[in-house]
Design a protein around this ligand. Sequence first.
Ligand code: ADP
Ligand code: DP6
Ligand code: CO
Length: 363
Amino acid sequence: MAVSKGSEPWILMVTARSPTNIAVIKYWGKRDETLILPINDSISVTLDPDHLCTTTTVAVSPAFDSDRMWLNGKEISLSGGRYQSCLREIRRRAGDVEDEKKGIRIRKVDWERLRVHIASYNNFPTAAGLASSAAGFACLAFALAKLMNIKEENGELSSIARQGSGSACRSLYGGFVKWVMGNDASGHDSIAVQLANESHWDDLVIIIAVVSSQQKETSSTAGMRESFDTSTLLHYRSKVVVPRRILQMEEAIRNRDFQSFARLTCADSNQFHAVCLDTSPPIFYMNDTSRRIINCVERWNQFEGTPQVAYTYDAGPNAVLIARNRTAASLLLKRLLFYFPPSPDTELTSYLLGDKSILEEAG
Ligand code: ADP
Ligand code: DP6
Ligand code: CO
């Protein structure tokens, strides 16, 4: 049994922070909905956690009689399969925990009975196509693993985060990350691996143009299910196009070849949105402003002769713009401010390539 020296009910807490990540070769489509196994590999860049991140505090106490969670200050239900999968997988691996200062000892077996409370905040729009599910579930898995003293082996944590939201497995590493789709039906080999750390290509500057912070109408989960069921382009893409692009993208990253990186990134974003159009009924994640930003970048790149900026859009209207260096980034910001003057709906922020999840404090 979990013990404490004093008679007061005790509480043990861990706070962690995780960055979001944006895919440059997109994941869209699952071969297994419950385990969240994708139909193709994907590659992403992890953003700098100082700016765009999730902060999650997890707490355990014998005084808690059920698992509960608050997201951005509002209680949400944990009954969904994804939260249950993460909690179950983490509890299964929980270890002994001892806090000498507080006189608390929790044994492995106690975790089955002990309940947790979770409070999570995103410092950027939730469910608006900026990968809140990625930062959110990566942070949840990371914080719970610290609380329950889990010794991670072979990307196990990324495989747990994946069962919360596919893209989350990539947020546990910094820099450039590949989610290997794997072959195994159990999903054990469907994990993220780091391709290069955040200092490998530190010329790059990422600028996010928030076009709308409203919640999207079709969640990523529902959207990719509809595409999987109705889009022939999606299946062609996952079998024929993506395997080739993954190899080319890995090479571009290895060689810091911005021209190839930009060509592949823009093409993959455009094909992903073409798949959304090829879905029945079609899904429109981008809006007029998103398309005008694409035009502006394409024209500028053409004028320069070599690409200065790559664009990519996740399942939402917000632009993620990757500039080849600081000079290109400052010119880009000037152009954006000229063509898209700030309005209550538009916001521009710049980021550098980010580090992995970090533990803030344990108490
Ligand atoms: P996004 O483009 O923001 O990733 P999704 O449709 O993929 O949008 O996922 C949004 C969902 O992710 C939310 O409705 C919520 O269920 C979950 N989510 C978002 N933030 C968090 C968080 N901090 N902790 C846990 N789950 C989160
Ligand atoms: C367009 O990971 O949010 O951002 O696994 O159902 O939670 P679920 O979906 P999610 O999908 C992300 C889709 C994407 C591309 C990507 O991040 O690779
Ligand atoms: Co998401």
